[in-house]
Design a protein around this ligand. Sequence first.
Ligand code: MRU
Length: 333
Amino acid sequence: MGSSFRAVTYRDGVLTLLDQTELPQRETYVELRKLEQVADAIERLVVRGAPAIGIAAAYGMAVAAREGVSPEVADARLRRTRPTAVNLFWALDRLKPAWSEGASTAELESIAQQIDAEDGAACRRMGEFGAELIPDGAGVLTHCNTGALATAEWGTALAAIRMAHEQGKRIRVYADETRPVLQGSRLTVWELMRDGIDVTLVPDGAAAHLMYEGAIDCAIVGADRIASNGDVANKIGTRGVACACRAHDRPFYVAAPWSTVDLSLPSGREIRIEERSPEEVTHIRGVAIAPEGAKVRNPAFDITPAEWIADLVTDRGRTGSPVGAGLQRLKNA
Ligand code: MRU
């Protein structure tokens, strides 16, 4: 059930990324040998998805060490790339102290490989715990891309979906297109079609209607940062999906590895939300879809309150509800 591609690979000082800005038209790979190239790739969403950003940043530190950059400069540059996904900071918090205390490049590479392998194992565990939530015959809504493109292996929410499919459950996946960058239509649909999983692409605005019609039984999404009370930051539009689930009495689930949990923050209010370029909203692949000069807001993430989440799947197990109490229970697991 592994996937036929890897979003992030590293060998002998070269970080290779599947260029997600080119999907689904082209499956191309870029080879990066400099810190600045890695930082730029993270900023431009060549690599994206919280766990994959953390893995790429970890290898980015190894690339920077080979380049002769100082640990302080490398760490500061990578920290500036994207503010919301905590996996980035979690990975740098493992690499930077080791490097500052004199770790060799080979040792840094080995820490990065460990982070990569740990995420792969976490994906498999989330798949197993998450599949329990998905009944045979269910219509399952997902938002953004939480698959192999966003992680080391199977994904987070998509790992649960993949495992349910593997177990022979006849599920129908509905993938929100996920405006403005279209991670749902470009990436999730591409991944699930390759795996032979029944997937239907829907405009973001159609999800509530499909719940009303009865086609969608539950929703499962990923996370970029989870506060200690269980509030979740995820791709913009997630909060709307959770609202629709509440209004139609459908369970709303989240799946994320423990590396996405940020117990230092009391609630979602303290999570910094990335604002991205207006061009992502006014243009699609260079073509204007709004009048020139239009005022734009482009928050890349939103916050879903813990009370709206029926269950949170982690690689340590499920929190159940209330999510915040479950996180405290799993903290030392
Ligand atoms: O802006 P992106 O594409 O990096 O946002 C990704 C998401 O919001 C995902 O849902 C999240 O990182 C979970 S990925 C396993």
